[in-house]
Design a protein around this ligand. Structure first.
Ligand code: NAD
Length: 490
């Protein structure tokens, strides 16, 4: 990281799409990708024409149907995926620098969650590619004596559509699982941050993956729609907003496509009665503020016992005053810029609306000292009820909401009382209390006292409006496998 910080340099970008193993310039409109920390054009790429999208799907179809990937022995596929993970890791510094430039993620996050963790995710999938999942059901002595096995078959061609905030982690967890299962892929990164996904194609080429197994196209809604409706796409693995997720689901219904949807959240942090947050108040806030609050699982609703509200508010004033907003290349920065000015203005508007409706500012962080960039200082909002829009809607910005609760039943009701169910944090003196509370939370993940280090073998995904399907580990791979019962008479 020291070199990266010293050099502060964008990597050498890849401008071409990746179709059927070949680099190919886009034939569509030019897309200017902006650096949200400088407001300048970072790089321009030509988007895919719809004919090129069709060509990418056809390449993935051919690669799947010819079987050299889908029916390749698991051990061999595993080896190739490990080579791909090695090549991806070789690009770690370029990819990290790319993330700082195109997403505005602070360098500490760009080098860890956005890249190093993506490598560990790819490696876990590479291991899982070798697993034989066949189940022998044994003999049945019914009217026709028979034998059965249950086999797992790859679903086919997968469109991997990713969100802008964690481009490489999302790519690694969705595309990596699809590849481990034996599927072939067409990746569409967000047009707001497509450059590191294009850079990743260097790893795909160097790893010697068969042509057509990984294709990457760049484009907007029209390209996403083509992928979501094309008859040769068998499954759509989508990560993004609830609004677009609904479109994807409607689009997929005609072809009865398989779907996984990783959507938004409004996750709670519950401080259990008696818990003293003083030693970790900074951490509680940093958890939703990292990446400028642009995290699907950001625990931006903080639920505290009502008689602890004032004390926690005071701790929050100190914590937020220590959170640095600004230059994403600075290792001391927690909050980088928001992706686009209209997004930042929208978040500010939601805060203003809440204040007009009677909310108050409990704590604020210092402003950015940068001459440009779409920065917004962190703010903690109080004085609202759990049904207020600011306590219900995903803002995707550096905004927390402090909510008092009467007793634990009230805390559970509030924690579960949104349309979402992606992640929950529980803070308590005794982990066992948190483990018992987890059973009552409608949430795909529950982290007690901070949980632990990232586990690429543990499932992640949403209850309710946060979507369906699971990422990572065995759960992730199974999202891309069909179950087949094979039976024969004896
Ligand atoms: P978005 O929904 O605006 O865009 C996501 C992707 O969908 C982009 O690649 C976009 O090009 C594509 N798209 C747009 N219209 C389409 C259409 N009609 N058909 C097919 N594809 C289409 O989301 P965003 O702004 O990039 O990301 C932010 C959202 O993503 C937040 O809601 C966040 O919570 C969510 N997210 C969820 C997770 C998770 O794991 N649950 C992870 C990261 C982000």
């Amino acid at each position: 990281m020291t070199n990266l910080v010293a050099e502060r340099r964008a990597p050498e970008w890849v401008s071409d799409l990746h179709i059927d193993g070949q680099a190919e310039p886009g034939q569509g409109k030019i897309l200017d990708v902006l650096n949200p920390a400088t407001e300048r054009v970072l790089h321009s790429v030509a988007q895919a024409s719809l004919d090129q999208v069709d060509a990418a799907i056809a390449a993935a179809r051919r690669a799947f149907d010819r079987g050299y990937w889908s029916t390749m022995p698991g051990e061999e596929r595993s080896k190739l995926l490990h080579t791909f993970a090695d090549e991806f890791e070789r690009l770690h510094d370029e990819l990290s620098a790319g993330i700082v430039c195109e997403v505005g993620s602070p360098v500490t996050l760009a080098t860890s969650l956005q890249t190093a963790v993506a490598v560990s995710v790819l490696r876990t999938y590479a291991d899982l590619a070798a697993r034989d999942r066949t189940v022998d059901l044994g003999q049945d002595s019914g009217t026709i004596a028979s034998q059965s096995v249950v086999a797992y078959r790859p679903m086919g061609v997968v469109a991997v559509i990713t969100a802008y905030n964690l481009p490489l982690l999302i790519l690694a967890r969705a595309m990596g699982a699809a590849l481990a299962a034996g599927c072939t892929t067409v990746v569409l990164p967000s047009p707001k941050a497509p450059l590191t996904s294009l850079l990743m194609t260097r790893a795909a080429a160097a790893a010697g993956l068969p042509d057509g197994v990984i294709n990457v196209v760049v484009g907007g809604q029209d390209v996403g729609q083509r992928l979501g409706t094309h008859p040769d796409v068998d499954k759509v693995a989508f990560t993004g907003s609830v609004t677009v997720g609904r479109h994807i689901m409607a689009q997929a219904s005609n072809g009865l496509k398989r779907l996984s949807l990783e959507l938004g959240g409004k996750s709670p942090s519950i401080l259990m009665p008696g818990f003293d947050a003083a030693p970790i108040a900074y951490e509680i806030h940093a958890r939703y503020l990292r990446n400028g609050g642009q995290g699907c699982a950001a625990p931006a609703r903080i639920l505290v016992p009502q008689d602890y509200y004032d004390e926690f508010a005071e701790l929050s004033r100190v914590a937020l005053s220590e959170i640095k907003t600004g230059d994403p290349w600075d290792p001391g920065t927690t909050v980088g810029p928001l992706i686009r000015p209209e997004h930042r203005d929208g978040v500010r508007r939601q805060v203003q609306d809440a204040l007009q409706d009677g909310a108050s500012v409990v704590a604020e962080g210092p402003s950015s000292d940068q001459p440009a960039g779409w920065f917004m200082s962190p703010v903690l909002i109080g004085g609202v009820g759990p049904a207020a829009p600011i306590a219900q809607e995903e803002l995707f910005g550096p905004v927390g909401v402090l909510l008092p609760y009467r007793d634990l039943d009230d805390a559970i009701e509030q924690a579960n009382g949104t349309a979402f169910g992606l992640s929950a944090n529980v803070y308590c003196d005794n982990s066992q209390d948190g483990i018992e509370l987890a059973a009552k939370l409608k949430s795909g993940t529950v982290a007690i006292n901070g949980g632990g280090a990232f586990r690429p073998d543990a499932p992640f995904g949403g209850f309710k409006g946060s979507g369906f399907g699971r990422e990572y580990g065995e759960w992730g791979v199974r999202e891309f496998l069909e179950v087949q019962h094979v039976q024969w008479p004896l």
